[in-house]
Design a protein around this ligand. Structure first.
Ligand SMILES: Cc1cc2nc3c(=O)[nH]c(=O)nc-3n(C[C@H](O)[C@H](O)[C@H](O)COP(=O)(O)O)c2cc1C
Length: 310
């Protein structure tokens, strides 16, 4: 696709579309449905040091406002990921971003050390998930400026020089402040954002519609929220003289949604819920972006980055 190449945290991507963490399996699963080369990058499911079963059912429910999930970081754990999944990731014709989660600083550091190991050369970038609404401690490190600074600095030290993205929650107060702290602590960029903490109740049973009282909302309802977060964070980075990357993520279902993220200054555009709606969506969005670049009479998408006229 002409004119769509971009750079994320210093890594060249053939196009800006990033398969969001946890919505493309570990990576190889989505490649069974859509060629990996369709994506600029694919983010793995978040990996913790030990395996996790996740929350009881239901874990994913459709709501009129979007998709509601409480997966709870179900994953095979670092050792099985490294031995069983990493080799397959190395065969994918795209940039692989490894996602880290944990309950303690030591958890984050352990997975960062695994992803930073020379054996993990398939992983080019690292995303730190400090914003999961579906576990008791999922947002602990993302909401507290001091803990955030500590975890980012500790992770950055262990990744063998691989750039680090920090994924924040749209439910946190002062997202631009948190993003600035992440970058000043060594992150190369931020992903905005994770799912929105939310609730949905069945009036007949009086119980939550998923296996936890609260869960995470994704899809169209969160898109305008994420656009605002990217806008405010890009402005903050500019004011602070920080050259950091931003992945705009939340509710992208059309090229217009993706273009909004570009206009407010995103370097790349994540798609999560959209992949469940239609796995062919990335290709359609890329075609739409190509047409937009042509109509705007610029050489490439990056010429439109930050082009929002307030
Ligand atoms: C089923 C499901 C699983 C997810 N798993 C993860 C995960 O493991 N790690 C993570 O950082 N985000 C996870 N997310 C959040 C997505 O990566 C993304 O931030 C969110 O869904 C918003 O984007 P969207 O509206 O395009 O889906 C998950 C989302 C869904 C719907």
């Amino acid at each position: 696709m002409a004119g769509l190449a971009t750079t994320l945290c210093g890594v060249s991507l053939r196009n800006p579309i990033v398969a969001a963490a946890g919505t493309a399996g570990y990576g190889p699963e989505i490649a069974e449905v859509v060629p990996a080369s369709t994506f600029g990058a694919i983010v793995t499911k978040s990996i913790t040091p030990e395996s996790r079963d996740g929350n009881p059912p239901w874990r994913v429910v459709d709501l009129p406002a979007g998709m509601f999930n409480a997966i709870g970081l179900a994953n095979v754990g670092l050792d099985r990921f490294m031995a069983g999944i990493l080799p397959e990731l190395g065969t994918l014709d795209t940039v692989v971003i490894g996602s880290i989660a944990g309950h303690t600083l030591e958890d984050y550091v352990a997975v960062a050390a695994g992803f930073g190991d020379p054996a993990a050369e398939a992983i080019r970038l690292i995303e730190v998930n400090v914003s999961c609404p579906n576990t008791a401690t999922g947002r602990l490190f993302g909401d507290d400026p001091g803990l955030l600074a500590d975890v980012v600095a500790a992770v950055v030290e262990r990744t063998g020089g691989k750039p680090v993205l920090v994924k924040l929650s749209p439910g946190s107060a002062g997202v631009p402040d948190l993003a600035e702290i992440a970058v000043r602590s060594g992150a190369a960029g931020v992903t905005l954002a994770n799912t929105m903490p939310a609730m949905a109740i069945d009036p007949e049973t009086r119980r939550s519609r998923i296996g936890r009282a609260a869960g995470g909302l994704s899809g169209p309802a969160v898109h305008p929220i994420a656009v605002r977060l990217v806008h405010e964070t890009r402005r903050r980075f500019e004011d602070a003289g920080l050259a950091a990357s931003i992945v705009g993520l939340g509710g992208v279902l059309s090229w217009r949604d993706a273009a909004e993220f570009t206009l407010v200054g995103a370097d790349a555009i994540g798609i999560g819920t959209g992949l469940f709606v239609d796995p062919r969506l990335p290709r359609r969005i890329l075609r739409g972006l190509e047409g937009w670049v042509r109509r705007q009479r610029v050489a490439g998408l990056t010429d439109l980055q930050g082009g929002f006229q307030a």
